[in-house]
Design a protein around this ligand. Structure first.
Ligand code: PXL
Length: 287
């Protein structure tokens, strides 16, 4: 008998421009995991490059009532997975959700969505970064890109680095309090791109690389984080989880290139969900 796993994903709904919940829901569901959601805000589009004039409805004040109802129902989850959070207050409230639903054995997975290409996304300040750092300190897994890692560690962002630098950054992220930091979008040259992780309890590093097709589409970080969250929740080891997350993210980028409208519309991950199901089935023997 298969025991179904259950994740709650806590992030915004951007109604257009595939990212956050509109990516996490289909991807984690395709992996055979029940996906509950706490929407933190509703936006007409994401706030990244390419869109302006978006609407933003903050749902912070709804979150405690949702949590209270769930506590009365005695709900529990195999993983809590957070993404884009819209305000400092929201980060505090999400931290409270970790107390309420983070029982022992529940993974806490924080994607500290802050920025990309060396810059913070619109609306984020240094105070917000400090709050996000505190949230990361409570995580089993944190999933920053290089921009986010640099802001969290308060070091200059660089596009030129080597493996020794990545190892150092991973250990510094673990010093924040996270058990297994993962850095996404790692590339030492134009040929390969992937991700790196550090298990601070075992003092072990993990790397996974695939082809670098030198194309950026909005939302690929959310694709990676959703697959990684699903893979860990299914019980895959860190190397397997990295491998399928890197592979699937590349599949999505490759599927988008011939279908491209604008890079900020997001990637055509829908065309690749069948492959993802295949990766999960193939790896279920390694779980
Ligand atoms: O993909 C991350 C993300 C999620 N949600 C919103 C965003 C972004 C990045 O720009 O603006 C609303």
């Amino acid at each position: 008998m298969i025991m179904m796993k259950k994740i709650v994903s806590i992030q915004d709904i951007s109604c257009f421009g595939k990212c956050s919940l509109t990516v996490a829901l289909p991807i984690i569901s395709a992996m055979g995991i029940e996906t509950a959601v706490i929407p933190t805000a509703v936006l007409s589009t994401h706030t990244g490059e390419g869109f302006s004039g978006y609407t933003f409805r903050d749902l912070t004040s709804d979150i405690p009532a949702i949590a209270d109802h769930w506590k009365k129902m005695g709900l529990s989850f195999d993983a809590l997975y957070t993404g884009y959070l819209g305000s400092q207050e929201q980060v505090e409230i999400v931290s409270q959700l970790f107390n309420d639903f983070g029982k022992s054995g529940t993974f806490i997975i924080v994607d500290p969505v802050l920025g990309d290409a060396g810059k913070l996304y619109k609306g984020f300040t240094n105070d917000f970064v400090v709050k996000m750092k505190k949230l990361c300190s409570r995580s089993d897994f944190m999933l920053p890109n290089m921009t986010e890692a640099s802001f969290l560690l308060d070091i200059p962002y660089t596009e030129s680095y080597d493996e020794a630098y990545i190892r150092d950054i991973l250990m510094r992220l673990a010093d924040l309090g996270c058990k297994v930091p993962v850095i996404t979008g790692v590339h030492y040259d134009d040929k390969l791109q992937g991700a790196a992780a550090y298990d601070s309890e075992k003092d072990r590093f993990y790397f996974s690389f695939d082809k670098n097709v030198n194309q950026r589409f909005h939302g690929t970080g959310d694709i990676f984080s959703s697959v990684f969250s699903g893979a860990c929740t299914l019980g895959m080891n860190i190397q397997k989880a990295l491998d399928i997350s890197v592979r699937f993210t590349l599949d999505c980028i490759e599927a988008t290139i011939p279908n491209i409208k604008e890079t900020w519309y997001g990637s055509c991950f829908e065309l690749c969900l069948g492959k993802l199901i295949g990766y999960v089935n193939k790896n279920s023997s390694c779980i």
